[in-house]
Write a protein that binds this ligand. Sequence first.
Ligand SMILES: Cc1ncc(COP(=O)(O)O)c(C=O)c1O
Length: 442
Amino acid sequence: MEQEKTNRDAYPTVSGVGDSRKVGMSTFLIHGKAQTARWDFSHHTVPPLSSSVTYRLDSAERGGRGFLQFGRRPDEDAAPVYIYDRLDEPTRSILEDDLAKAEGGEVCCTFSTGMAAISAALGVLLKPGDHIVAYGTIYGCTYSLLTRWLSRLRIATTFCDFTDLAAVRAAIRPETRIIYAETPGNPTMEIVDLGALCALRDEVNASRPADRTVHVIIDNTFASPYCQRPLEWGADMVVESLTKNICGFGTDMGGAVICGKRYEEDLFMYRKDFGGVLSPKSAWAILVYGLSTLTLRAKRQIDTAFKVAEFLEQHPKVAKMHYPGLRSHPQSLLAEKQMRSTLGTFAPGTLLYFETREDGDEPTRARRLINWAATHSYCITLAVSLGNIRTLIEAPGIMTHSALPSEAQKRARIAPNGIRLSFGLEKAEDIIYDLRDGLAQM
Ligand SMILES: Cc1ncc(COP(=O)(O)O)c(C=O)c1O
């Protein structure tokens, strides 16, 4: 921390004790000792939970310097001039430095939620008349953001199947500025070939002027940086919900954009002006409890996902199983190439998707299994979200992806009898016990 000497060092601390000026206890309880060496970042083992909306600036010149520097954060060894929480703040900055490294990026800008991060990534790149090519298999609220809100700004989106790169190529227009995807796809666990997608972008950009280039944005919420780092494959920006795997305990919401330095100023300016900042208290929890345990949690959840996927794949009441770790997954080789843990091992993610075998057209078994889990299961909770210490079950067609009209769901291969499971930290055998029991009742 930069410590500039001020005449506040001479202030007495409390009424009756000081030598040159007396302040009342009420004043003292607000200001305390005016300068304290207790605020010592460099010797903490746990980052301090900083919680100050505004910052004392020492002098007008230092304040001016802070405003001038804003949006171009000095490297992490230099102390920034903090001004106001919505601009920048210490606990959040520490989380951002760590997250940028986890994703292999130069810069991270956090937001209050994953959706705020996605809105910002799109917001800094787009203007009216631009066009997006998006994967049809995406989170329902992202679909809604693109179709309900961005369309009002004359920003059109073409949805297509990103497992077929010819379809992506065909959808690109001269006005296209963004190629947007999730991989593994939510909820079907289809894999988008990141290297091939970025090569397609490079090919398109080769004949474009610098201000009309196409950017690849990847939502890495499902995989988390433990399983996959899209920037290493050439993506321009990673967006993710910190609410999920990274927070990990289901206690705090957050979002992040991680990218190269060239987007830094726009992202921080956008966050300042649209205001969706991550609360320092949430940043602290995500940093101290979430990020630090990500590797441990993800390893355990992947082990569980393998075991449960193998169990469900063999079950007579399961018609289709989608887990990128299984040989039966149509893109298992691509998954094995692309989804590598930070330890170098195959890391096919902590979720799976399956379809129940139904007797007719109605998803009767799927609904009964979900409702059975809600009322009878000990360790499977009916709830949306993912990346929690609890195992969560949901029906994407009527829950997380209900914003997609039925035609769009069909195109995205989201089946009415589809069920998504996100693994927690329970023992795999206990989850299998509950699923076996539930399926036996169907
Ligand atoms: C893939 C994906 N991206 C983004 C989001 C949005 O995150 P948040 O709920 O933190 O806004 C979600 C939420 O479920 C998600 O599943």
